[in-house]
Design a protein around this ligand. Structure first.
Ligand SMILES: Cc1cc2nc3c(=O)[nH]c(=O)nc-3n(C[C@H](O)[C@H](O)[C@H](O)COP(=O)(O)O)c2cc1C
Length: 245
């Protein structure tokens, strides 16, 4: 494996940090890598806002019950951002453009662009000896960010990123067999079923090493069979001008 492939394959989400600082010069390399990525129509609809106020990080961490938001050295909210794109658009032109940007595929394109970018940030960070985790959960603390950051219309938090100096390596989490991920010409559900059966065995051993008695399917059932009210998140998107149609 070449060095880049090694970094990719050794990556694991890091949620424990030593508390050491990532210097600004390394952060500049990480952020310019994160900015270098492909984006929908070259709209570049992504903005990272670093939250440096520890009390804001603490509030968000508490609200979503993810302590590593607070203990990370660098915490970012990642915006789907069509505000920048509309700079210079006035009146009717702006109204039509804003409607077009609300089309499902275009709105989704901004979120996809954010995801692609966050992964580049993680890989760049890992290549420099840092680590972190990309997270959707802390989006639920949107009101805290809105109060603090004064975000304009057509920007919304879609993802978050926590970075720092890893306090140990948690081990690479096994993934589904490649046969379930890469199919040719048709979607073969037999291959999927077999792959998941194999993966459930792998994941049972993986979880066992962490004193958890479950496999992948059981793990997912726990999360996916609880009723969840996501109205506030949908309303948040609408309020910010992302009226999906
Ligand atoms: C879209 C997305 C959302 C995620 N949200 C969270 C989150 O809210 N909290 C968290 O701790 N990890 C989050 N993660 C990290 C995943 O839990 C992690 O990638 C997964 O368990 C696989 O582990 P690995 O990254 O170590 O390979 C998220 C990852 C992605 C791509």
């Amino acid at each position: 494996m070449n060095d880049l492939l090694k970094v990719i394959h050794n990556r694991a989400s890091i949620r424990k940090f030593t508390g050491e600082h990532i210097p600004e010069s390394d952060m500049e390399q990480i952020m310019s890598a994160a900015q270098s990525v492909p984006s929908i129509n070259n709209y570049q609809p992504v903005t990272y806002v670093e939250i440096t106020d520890q009390s804001v990080k603490d509030q968000a961490a508490d609200l979503v019950n993810m302590p590593y938001v607070a203990s990370s050295d660098r915490f970012f909210v990642i915006l789907a951002d069509y505000h920048k794109l509309l700079v210079g658009f006035e009146g009717k032109e702006r109204e039509i453009a804003q409607t077009n940007l609300s089309a499902y595929n275009i709105a989704e394109g901004a979120a996809l662009s954010a995801g692609v970018s966050a992964y580049a940030a993680i890989i760049a960070a890992e290549s420099l000896g840092y680590g972190g985790v990309t997270m959707a959960g802390p989006v639920r603390a949107f009101q805290i960010y809105e109060n603090y950051l004064d975000l304009p219309e057509m920007t919304k938090v879609v993802f978050t990123l926590a970075l720092g100096v890893p306090d140990g390596h948690p081990g690479v989490k096994p993934k589904l067999p490649l046969s379930t991920f890469w199919q040719k010409d048709s979607y073969d559900t037999n291959v999927i079923d077999q792959g998941i059966a194999d993966y459930n065995k792998t994941m049972r051993s993986y979880y066992e090493s962490r004193n958890i008695d479950e496999n992948w399917t059981e793990h997912n059932k726990k999360a996916l069979t609880k009723a969840k009210d996501t109205t506030a998140l949908t309303e948040y998107a609408k309020r910010k001008g992302f009226n999906l149609k």
